[in-house]
Design a protein around this ligand. Structure first.
Ligand code: AMP
Length: 222
């Protein structure tokens, strides 16, 4: 049985694009049986389905820029209002700006415990991870061409669907996303730290070692 997290817990995965948030979120989701909510995945799903939201999202995602706070906040709160989020959830890619962080704090209230987990990794490692990243078209499971290849080339180990490279993982856009991260997202580290809600995880080691460290930071009922 999945270990029970003590209170309704919101795990916020913070770190530069490509730092490994998606891979760790998949492991956390399995261990604690709470949903992994990635605003980027929601936007990509809308692009795939050709919705008006997807059309708009494509324009800023292709430039490596962030979408408007008000829109992304609505998308996020619609998603976390669903039943599967009652016990808690994992946020990946949200909040991305100080203003999103403040709105999250205000709207969650006191019945939730917020823990922001910072994935600390060098820019050099990040670029290697982004440039080799592959994702499953159906279930979004992440792989890496060299560090974490699928068992069968081009196919997801879990659902056998095709793997793809994100358009915004090309080097030029990836560099833009890294600068957007430093300017707009990194200030959230101080924001959560000032409320004693931030924990850091060194992320230069293997996926398994990082996960072992990560779960020691999450309060659980034994
Ligand atoms: P990600 O998959 O988290 O790397 O997000 C991919 C892209 O989606 C980002 O580069 C942004 O354009 C957009 N995006 C995802 N989450 C947010 C957010 N919280 N605020 C603004 N834009 C976002």
């Amino acid at each position: 049985m999945a270990p029970v997290i003590t209170k309704k817990q919101i795990l916020i995965l913070l770190g530069a694009p490509g730092c490994g948030k998606g891979s760790q979120a998949a492991l956390l989701k399995e261990k604690f049986n709470i949903p992994h909510i990635s605003t980027g995945d929601i936007l990509r799903e809308n692009i795939k389905n050709g919705t008006p939201l997807g059309l708009e999202a494509k324009s800023y995602m292709d430039r490596g820029e962030l979408g408007p706070d008000s829109l992304i906040v609505d998308i996020l709160f619609d998603r976390v209002a669903k039943d599967d989020c009652k016990r808690g959830y994992i946020l990946d890619g949200f909040p991305r700006t100080l203003s999103q962080g403040k709105i999250l704090q205000e709207r969650l209230g006191k019945d939730c415990e917020i823990l922001a987990l910072y994935f600390d990794v060098s820019n050099e490692t990040i670029l290697q991870r982004i440039l080799g990243r592959l994702l499953c078209k159906k279930c979004n499971t992440p792989y890496h061409r060299t560090f974490s290849p699928p068992k069968t080339s081009g196919k997801c180990d879990l659902c056998n669907s095709e793997l793809f490279r994100r358009d915004d993982d090309q080097e030029e856009i990836a560099l833009k996303r890294l600068s957007v991260y430093s300017e707009q997202t990194a200030p959230l580290l101080d924001f959560f730290n000032n409320q004693n809600q931030l924990r850091s995880i060194p992320c230069e080691s293997t996926k398994e070692e990082i996960f072992t460290n990560l779960i020691t930071l999450i309060p659980q009922n034994k």
